[in-house]
Write a protein that binds this ligand. Structure first.
Ligand code: PBG
Length: 329
């Protein structure tokens, strides 16, 4: 059949893998990934998290092996979450600031074994409180200003142990400024604050709460985490955090909030991270295990969506697997 003369044939740029690579608008690099990791002082080795197939909690020895593998695939930033026994939790989450807490020992050990690794730590009370809320609970109210000094002391304790980045995920007002001041007062002027600026009250955190045993006993987190009906409000949150001294701002969860990532990237001259949360991970894993879709392909597609939306950093349980895919192994 005679060829038509068409001025535009967009299929030309999709003709071969080489041309597709040539014109690709986005690239992925494992150096911009952060791997969240659950740590424990309990068992030897590692133990699978029931609500997150393929994700483990690591004791120190297993953790060091895991980090070696991450480094091999160019991931050098980790975000550490400690598992806390129910009988160590209390009303004020005291363990989070107890300098003898095993978490701090683990941070020190990682640092002495791998000085090149960047350690980020989560700042919020919920893994440590018996009520599972991120702040001080009085009656049914989460007290904002009473929570701030506790968060700041937790951040200082983490910095003392060697954390390079503290990541407040509590959503109390004014916490970035408060934490920045306390870190500076203690000489930790070089410790970064990666703030969960747009952290939504999301049901996608379900598997994570299962892992940490931090499922809230009563109520929800809607008086501090953001309402998912709002997008513009996220910009106000982010601007405040940046004014208060946040070095990196996080949007969380990722998939259902990709518009917020785009809006941060378009409107703010800031470093934007996206947190691809536990629920997003587990959905894909389970669907893959049932043979309904291919996890590896879907995850790559999602990571590129984050890049298209303008994310500079991707925090994801899938980070290592994607890094392996990128390296061709
Ligand atoms: C603690 C915290 C949560 C997550 C990260 N830090 C849970 C929550 O706010 O309830 C969720 C992470 C995930 O689902 O992967 N404030």
């Amino acid at each position: 059949m005679k060829k038509q003369s068409l001025t535009h044939r967009l299929r030309r740029v999709r003709k071969s893998p080489s041309i597709r690579d040539l014109v690709a608008e986005n690239t992925l690099s494992a150096t911009e990934f952060i791997q969240p990791i659950f740590v424990t002082d309990k068992r030897k080795g590692k133990q699978e998290i029931a609500s997150m197939p393929g994700i483990f909690s690591y004791s120190l020895t297993a953790l060091l092996i895991h980090i070696e593998e991450l480094l091999k695939f160019n991931i050098s930033t980790i975000l550490l979450f400690p598992l806390v026994d129910a009988d160590k939790k209390d009303k004020y989450g005291s363990l989070s600031r107890d300098r003898d807490f095993y978490y701090f020992e683990i941070i020190k050990k990682i640092k002495s074994n791998f000085p090149e690794i960047t350690i980020a730590t989560d700042v919020a009370l919920d893994p440590y409180t018996d009520h599972g809320h991120d702040g001080v609970l009085e009656g049914s109210i989460i007290l904002n200003d009473e929570t701030l000094p506790l968060l700041a002391d937790m951040a200082v304790a983490q910095a003392e142990a060697g954390a390079d980045i503290v990541a407040p995920s509590d959503m109390m007002d004014g916490r970035v400024a408060f934490i920045r001041r306390e870190l500076d007062n203690h000489g930790f002027t070089d410790v970064l604050i990666m703030s969960y600026s747009a952290k939504y009250a999301s049901a996608f955190y379900g598997p994570f709460r299962g892992a940490l045993g931090s499922s809230i006993l009563k109520g929800d987190k809607k008086t501090y985490q953001m309402d998912y009906r709002n997008g513009d409000e996220a910009l106000r949150e982010a601007k405040l955090d940046l004014d208060e001294g946040a070095d990196i701002i996080i949007v969380k969860p990722g998939l259902a909030y990709i518009d917020v990532v785009k809006s941060f990237s378009d409107n703010l001259n800031a470093i934007v991270a996206v947190y691809n949360v536990s629920g997003e991970y587990t959905m894909l894993k389970l669907a893959n295990d049932k043979g309904f879709l291919n996890y590896e392909s879907c995850v790559l597609e999602i990571f590129y969506a984050f890049k298209r939306a303008g994310a500079n950093i991707i925090i994801s349980y899938s980070a290592l697997e994607v890094a392996k895919t990128l390296s061709g192994s």
